[in-house]
Design a protein around this ligand. Structure first.
Ligand SMILES: C[S@@+](CC[C@H](N)C(=O)[O-])C[C@H]1O[C@@H](n2cnc3c(N)ncnc32)[C@H](O)[C@@H]1O
Length: 461
């Protein structure tokens, strides 16, 4: 919870007349959170990219920046719960409330139900915001709704608004769309679904990677992470302030992302081990680690992406043991069987990274599975064609959805006797709880990582 927050007196001391001063909102902290919520809805903005730039532009630092961040991410994460509460506190259904006003109300509900901001300050500042974005009439409406919200705490509201049906209850209590609750329960099982949904709402620790051969974990400061030999948890502050990160010798990277790349490199090969391929490399997280490991082994990494700007980002992550190319991985230009190790980190729904992308759960619907499925199958097929007999392919998604993980691999391998499934968990013996194999599945509630999936597949010699 954030510290209690009081409004600051506006800065004095410029000689400019009021008309000459740049217009600054009365409550720039809440206005900034509101502007991000609006941009997420209106133009599919990414909160984690837009918020830092707005904070900089508006000169918000320290406690103000921390509060704006908490309000933005907390409101995005809790939106499903807050909408259920607002629905019973409003005389019109939430679906009928204009979007800017609804985002103001969500921001108010978050402050009332999940922060220690005093209720009178939460209501007063939210009503001011409603007045400035929607006019005085709507400010009155906001006042009436928020006073009702303020009458109970979150647990009392959940007793009232959480439906009896199990999926609907989990969706409201843990603020996930129902289709995601169903999909995650299919993947993790009934016994752990609640712990998983709760973990999705935790703010993750920032994990760093020291790229092999270019930085050490000690240089990163902070505490060594639980499993990856290259990882440390960020101690505090801005990762960009760490010299190794500023120089691209290290980076922010979830630990599971590091470990799936490591598992590919640990798989035993028959024959040479010189040519490595990262088929879907942008923006270059795993390629940065793989190129370091390739350099240590005298191998070479080709890191590709279909999007030129993403391929350019990869170029900033890799070292001399790697090269980048703009390639459509479904129709590669190289000859079949050109590589010894291939990573295909397929485009996916990202349901495994909901902790880090709080808006993602509201953005995609189940229809995205139908769009991504054929591409995932084509990319895995192409990866298997690109690897030589005896070589190994890692199929990875940042999603635990069975339709993007096991079902894709099983579909692609059906009827093929030239590919064997390796036991992925036994390539990561330092990590417990990855499943019974042959596939490995990381989980936020078990491992403190993204829910990353890994299949290791070997072309038979
Ligand atoms: C999950 S991201 C990869 C993340 C990356 N491996 C990392 O660790 O930073 C998937 C990437 O696949 C790329 N992609 C999508 N379709 C592709 C295709 N047909 N060929 C190659 N890359 C593709 C996307 O542009 C995106 O950058």
């Amino acid at each position: 919870m954030p510290p209690r927050h009081t409004r600051r007196t506006p800065a004095k001391g410029t000689n400019r007349t009021p008309a000459q001063r740049p217009r600054r909102p009365r409550d720039p902290v809440r206005r900034t959170a509101f502007d991000v919520l609006q941009a997420v809805d209106d133009r599919d903005a990414y909160a984690n990219l837009l918020l830092p730039s707005l904070l900089r532009e508006r000169g918000l630092t320290g406690r103000d920046a921390a509060l704006a961040t908490e309000l933005t991410y907390g409101t995005l994460r809790g939106r499903g719960t807050y909408d259920a509460v607002l629905d019973v506190c409003s005389d019109r259904p939430v679906a009928k409330i204009d979007q800017p006003l609804l985002n103001v109300l969500r921001l108010g509900a978050h402050q009332l139900l999940r922060t220690r901001i005093p209720a009178h300050a939460a209501v007063g500042t939210t009503v001011d915001l409603a007045r400035s974005v929607a006019g005085p009439g709507q400010a009155k409406f906001a006042n009436a709704v928020l006073r009702k919200v303020a009458a109970r705490d979150l647990d009392a509201w959940l007793d009232i608004v959480a439906p009896e049906d199990e999926t609907a209850r989990l969706a409201v209590v843990h603020s996930h769309p129902r289709w995601i609750v169903n999909a995650l329960r299919d993947a993790v099982g009934r016994a752990e679904i609640e712990a998983l949904l709760a973990a999705d709402n935790e703010r993750p620790r920032v994990t760093l990677v020291a790229r092999p051969g270019r930085a050490t974990v000690e240089e990163l400061g902070g505490e060594p992470a639980a499993y990856s030999p290259y990882a440390a948890y960020l101690a505090e502050g801005d990762p960009g302030a760490i010299p190794a990160v500023a120089e691209s010798r290290a980076a922010v990277q979830d630990e599971a992302s590091q470990l799936v790349a490591l598992a590919l490199v640990r798989a035993e090969l028959d024959g040479p081990d010189r040519r490595w391929l990262d088929l879907c490399a942008g923006p270059g997280g795993k390629a940065g680690l793989l190129s370091g490991l390739a350099g240590e082994r005298g191998a070479h990494l080709l890191a590709c992406d279909v999007q030129p700007h993403r391929a350019r980002l990869v170029a900033g992550s890799i070292d001399a043991a790697g090269a980048t190319a703009v390639v459509d991985g479904t129709r590669p230009a190289w000859r079949p069987e050109s590589f010894d190790r291939v990573l295909v980190d397929a485009p996916c729904t990202g349901l495994g990274a909901l902790r880090r992308r709080p808006e993602a759960r509201w953005r995609r619907g189940p229809e995205s599975l139908a769009e991504l499925g054929p591409l995932q199958r084509r990319l895995l097929t192409s990866a298997l064609e690109s690897v030589r007999p005896g070589g190994v392919v890692a199929y990875v998604t940042c999603s635990p959805h069975l339709a993007e993980t096991k079902v894709v691999v099983d579909d692609v391998l059906r009827g093929r006797d030239d590919v064997e499934r390796l036991d992925a968990p036994s390539h990561l013996t330092e990590v417990p709880g990855l499943g019974d194999g042959p596939y490995a599945q990381f989980w936020p509630h078990r491992h403190g990582t993204d829910a990353m999936f890994l299949a290791l597949l070997r072309r038979r010699s």
